[in-house]
Write a new protein. Structure first.
Length: 134
């Protein structure tokens, strides 16, 4: 399966999916997906709320949603990013902070929901790229 890039248009702020570098579907700005670093996110399949997208936040900026068993690639400049996932009333997340550097430019994360007594929470785990689905 081809990679799906999820980007935020620097011009108009629209959240869009791209298969490769291309124009923003809203304002036409050219968006380059070949950034120095990227985060890949895979949502592990689960029965609970399978039909509902999980909201994605990177440094508190909303980046759309991820569907059940979907994987997305976020091209990003080097830097530190706090990853946060929410879904409906479930707003607890382990909020890992990842560092994208020249030595470590490609971080793969899997997210799954942990059932809780009071509320569910999201666990984001860094995984080896070889364990990511193609
Ligand atoms: Zn745009």
């Amino acid at each position: 399966m081809a990679k799906k890039y999820r980007v935020k248009c620097p011009q108009c702020g629209e959240i869009i999916n791209l298969a490769d570098s291309g124009a923003c579907s809203k304002c036409g700005t050219m968006i380059d997906v070949n950034m120095p670093a990227c985060v890949e996110l895979y949502r592990m399949g689960n029965m609970m709320g399978a039909a509902t997208g999980y909201g994605i936040y990177i440094n508190d900026v909303p980046f759309g949603a991820i569907g059940n068993r979907e994987s997305l690639c976020f091209p990003l400049p080097y830097g530190e990013y706090k990853m946060h996932i929410v879904c409906g009333m479930s707003r607890k997340c382990n909020d890992p902070v990842i560092k994208l550097t020249a030595e470590d430019p490609h971080v793969c994360l899997k997210v799954h929901m942990k059932m809780g007594f009071v509320q569910n929470s999201f666990i984001l785990e860094r995984v080896d790229p070889s364990t990511m689905p193609d």
